[in-house]
Design a protein. Structure first.
Length: 255
């Protein structure tokens, strides 16, 4: 097989793997995704605040819902310095911080989150101290927690939290991304490690499906969902300015 044919074959295999995972999530998690969207709609309708959190690459789907064209203006990012994305140097520091006991409690104690708010916690493995403690502490404070994780990790790895539990054990709703342990979809003779992760594709789709459901539920109840428009279409900035003024007390990415 020519080199170009081999490369094109890998691309197709990756797309097929990602599409298969998306279909699995659609078919198996649809009811729970609807429940998660309804929980967020309930929170918005009650005047509550909505936050999303993820560490490392799991922060990418969380960020994708914040200040997003076509998304809810009231989605906020809960940030933990050093673990949002891979912008910290060295990048390995973020992985180390995920295993620090007490960090999540300190973050929540100084965050705007209050009883009755909603928090989406994204962690592929769900095993590290930070997301586990984040969920455990948030629920103790009366905050509703939606966990987005790969449940398979709980059966194949050990927890890094002192309780021995996983993120999935401390959520009001768990959305299983169905990502295989190791997060790599492809193998090839001559390449020693599996490659081509799909967790960001699948988890971002889950998050957007939840937000879309929340918007639909609000509309079904006769409420106009606080959606943002693209700033690159005529009138977009004016539209967004009006929505942000109306919901200013629940938007924290402008302060």
């Amino acid at each position: 097989m020519a080199e170009s044919d081999r490369s094109e074959g890998l691309a197709g295999r990756y797309f097929d793997a990602a599409i298969d995972l998306l279909r699995q999530v659609r078919d198996a998690e649809g009811g729970r995704i609807t429940a998660a969207g309804r929980l967020i709609a309930d929170t918005v309708a009650a005047g509550g605040r909505v936050f999303s959190f993820g560490a490392g690459h799991s922060s990418l789907p969380a960020q994708d819902t914040v200040y997003r064209a076509g998304g809810l203006a009231v989605m906020n990012l809960l940030t933990v310095p050093g673990v949002v994305g891979v912008d910290v140097r060295p990048a390995t520091l973020g992985s180390a911080l995920e295993q620090v006991d007490g960090l999540a409690a300190a973050v929540l104690d100084t965050s705007p989150l209050e009883r009755g708010d909603a928090l989406v916690i994204i962690s592929l493995s769900g095993r590290n101290a930070l997301p586990v403690e984040m969920a455990l502490t948030a629920r103790a404070l009366g905050i509703k927690v939606i966990g987005v994780t790969s449940v398979a990790y709980a059966g194949a790895t050990t927890s890094r939290h002192s309780s021995g539990t996983f993120l999935k054990d401390h959520c009001d709703i768990v959305l299983d991304s169905r990502i295989p342990v190791g997060d790599a979809e492809l193998t090839l003779p001559g390449i020693d490690a599996p490659f081509a992760p799909a967790s960001t594709v699948v988890t971002s789709a889950i998050m957007q499906a939840v937000v879309a459901t929340a918007a639909g539920v609000l509309a079904e109840r006769g409420a106009q969902p606080p959606l943002l428009r693209s700033g690159n279409v005529d009138g977009g900035h004016e539209w967004n300015g009006r929505v942000m003024r109306e919901y200013a007390d629940r938007i924290f990415y402008r302060h």
